[in-house]
Design a protein. Structure first.
Length: 131
């Protein structure tokens, strides 16, 4: 696994989880970072984040990585799995970039307005207000 891709200019990788098994699984893959149980706009802004975030926080990140487990049984959902159980569930990392879309044009599809995105970040207190 290419670990270099999991570093960010905003500091070390931020891992958002309450599951120790995930942290252990990542360590087995050679991936480590700052671990927190709860994300805030301030600690995710501009960083590469690994974990499950609500969309409004994911839109503040440089990128977000989730752990997909396609073979996870229903009774395992929400459980703190061991690295072996995660491997058995087919654990794999999948990265995304999420942007807040402020308007949609029917004919052309979604339009991301950077000015609107910067205004949103300012309103969240993450960036200074534009002049």
């Amino acid at each position: 696994m290419d670990v270099e891709g999991y570093r960010s200019k905003g500091g070390p990788l931020l891992i958002v989880t309450r599951h120790k098994g995930l942290v252990n699984w990542l360590a087995g893959c050679g991936i480590s970072g700052e671990v927190v149980e709860h994300a805030t706009p301030e600690n995710v802004h501009g960083r590469h984040v690994l974990g499950a975030l609500p969309m409004h926080l994911a839109a503040l990140t440089a990128s977000i990585t989730t752990v997909d487990m396609p073979k996870l049984r229903p009774d395992q959902r929400g459980q703190d799995l061991s690295p072996a159980e995660m491997d058995a569930a087919g654990a794999m990392l999948v990265s995304y970039r999420v942007f807040r879309i402020t308007r949609v044009e029917q004919a052309e599809g979604p339009v991301v307005a950077e000015k609107d995105r910067l205004a949103y970040l300012s309103s969240m207190g993450v960036l200074p207000r534009p002049k």
